[in-house]
Ligand binder design. Sequence first.
Ligand code: ATP
Ligand code: MG
Length: 360
Amino acid sequence: AAPGRQSYKIASIPADGIGPEVISAGITVLQKLSEELDTFDLEFEHFDWSSERYRKEGKYLPDNALEIVKGFDAILFGAVGAPDVPDHISLWGLRLALCQPLQQYANVRPTRILRGTSSPLSNCKIGDLDWVIIRENSEGEYAGHGGTSHMDEAWSVATEVSIFTRHGTERIMRFAFETARSRPRKKLTVVTKSNAQRNGMVFWDRVATQVGKDYPDVEVDKMLVDAMTTRMVLKPESIDTVVATNLHADILSDLAAALAGSIGIAPTSNLDPTRKNPSMFEPIHGSAFDITGKGVANPVATFWTASEMLLWLGQKEAATLLMEAVENVTEAGVKTADLNGKSGTVEVTDAVSVEIEKLA
Ligand code: ATP
Ligand code: MG
């Protein structure tokens, strides 16, 4: 590396379906940025941890997977899921098997309308919808705590216990308040279902109030998750930063992505804010087997994901330039079918590379 250039080691896990197509597009634009700017180098190592590996070896990950990824500065992840593997096996076998032990407790999901694209909401223009949804990513409804009994009997039962610890709830609240504070509007909406779920959700609200005392400059409101869905549709401009549980934020962020134009543009970051472990960056969308191999997958979610990764690594100039390039391309009408365009994955990727060259 040239003097003064930062060098980063990135573990790439393209995995299933359109994962390899969009990750390859993402790496192309990241390499282009690294060539055009004098600030950083990227070294990628690829891992074949996928449903194909699961079929062959009965496991998604090798035993030393965590040790391996801990040697990297960040992880770039595609999508996991295959038609012949139950979703709970693939999700827990790969994605959650990394996120949870790596203590990536903050899942960050920025959403806004990109130039040249539109929201399905006719009343919603660029700037009206500019949100960051913070999802608790380590416990709650996805704690994996529960069990089944008498499964073959008429009286079979299953439990799925939500877990909210003081440690887990406090750290995500602090992260959410910090995020809200870093944004111009300094507004945080705390989402629960505390009217019906009177233990964990009332606790969640209580911790929010306690942590909020350290952030008097942040304006807070509390909202039930059902009411939140209608607010997102009817008053998008009233929302800025949102913090919600693992399950609630999962649902809200799919809605958010659709309201911003397409699931094909939405990025997500699984962060370990302590920076003891590498963080993991991925498009929100899944493996999308209905369009796999057709060359039509929207790579924008992965470009935005790459931009979020650069931001986390401290390369703000490159991160901003990448999104500028992406929006110049969408504004010029070079878009995939999910954004009502006619271009394919490679065409969009090439157009973004050309834009990077112009802007750098
Ligand atoms: P998973 O269980 O992995 O989340 P899923 O089937 O629930 O998978 P997706 O794979 O995200 O969800 O697909 C949902 C729909 O969105 C599909 O019709 C898919 O084709 C479409 N889609 C997802 N990602 C993209 C993309 N990058 N570009 C275009 N369309 C996409
Ligand atoms: Mg899905």
